[in-house]
Design a protein around this ligand. Structure first.
Ligand code: XBP
Ligand code: MG
Length: 251
């Protein structure tokens, strides 16, 4: 079986964006709108069970703010809050404070040199992806990807497999031609339900989640001078993840 494409999740996978990026942007938005809502580091970890920012806000109000009287135009308010959150999040990205995770740039360049296709498969808003790539990877790196599948283009977000099916359809590839890189249980549930073999690089928020079915679970992709830790699966004697190793996991 030939490996033709690597499908990359974004938040937690390309960069550790949640705690010091998205979370801060949500909180600044709530302050700006005069809402006494605050998502601390621990609460945000629990809220990450719900993917999608608008969905996460609604879930929070329904489960943690039972005394909040929803206005009749609550859906519009959520949309407005989310627009402002996206604006603030993009400002944070533009300040250059959210780096790519170890090994991401190296693996992407290796994959391009080897002629593999690359895709982004994420539930986050499209402009968050392009800004992150531009500010933290390379000004032209959005063009490195053959497909960017993001946000509301499919109604059912991860853990539903829909966004993976959408991306593979655009790539004109089958699940067996691809491998996914994810960081979370919601992510791997989506990719495995789509029939795509999956490698995990964990974050502080996801390290205790259930990754059964993963081809491998790693601390991070590693670099030649800074090896990954293997948490599940096989490393085939390698200390950093390159295309050769992804081919072994895919085989
Ligand atoms: C992560 C998410 C997103 C972000 C917030 O997605 O669940 O909801 O936390 O982004 P992934 P938005 O790991 O698939 O990239 O506010 O733009 O929805
Ligand atoms: Mg993720």
């Amino acid at each position: 079986m030939t490996l033709s494409a690597i499908l990359f999740d974004v938040d937690g996978t390309l960069a550790d964006t949640e705690r010091d990026g998205h979370r801060i942007a949500f909180n600044r938005t709530f302050d700006k709108f005069g809402l006494d809502w605050h998502w601390d580091v621990e609460l945000y970890g629990r809220l990450l069970a719900v993917t999608g920012g608008k969905e996460r806000i609604r879930h929070y109000v329904d489960h943690y703010k039972s005394d909040y009287l929803k206005p009749s135009d609550f859906d519009d308010l959520v949309a407005e809050l989310h627009r402002e959150k996206t604006r603030i999040y993009n400002e944070i990205l533009e300040s250059g404070k959210i780096p790519m995770r170890p090994g991401v740039k190296r693996l992407l360049q290796d994959a391009m040199e080897r002629g593999l296709k690359l895709a982004v498969v994420t539930t986050t808003t499209p402009e968050n992806v392009t800004t992150l790539l531009k500010c933290s990877l390379d000004p032209d790196s959005a063009q490195w990807f053959d497909v960017i599948a993001a946000g509301d283009i499919v109604p059912a977000k991860k853990p539903a497999p829909d966004i993976y099916f959408w991306a593979m359809d655009k790539l004109a590839l089958q699940p067996r031609d691809c491998i996914a890189l994810e960081d979370s249980e919601n992510g791997i549930r989506a990719s495995l339900s789509a029939g795509v073999k999956t490698v995990i690089t964990v974050t502080d928020y996801t390290k205790d989640q259930d990754f059964s079915g993963a081809a491998a679970v790693l601390s991070d992709l590693g670099e030649p001078e800074s090896p990954f830790s293997l948490l599940q699966g096989q490393d085939y004697g390698k200390t950093f993840a390159d295309v050769d190793l992804f081919e072994r996991w895919h085989a």
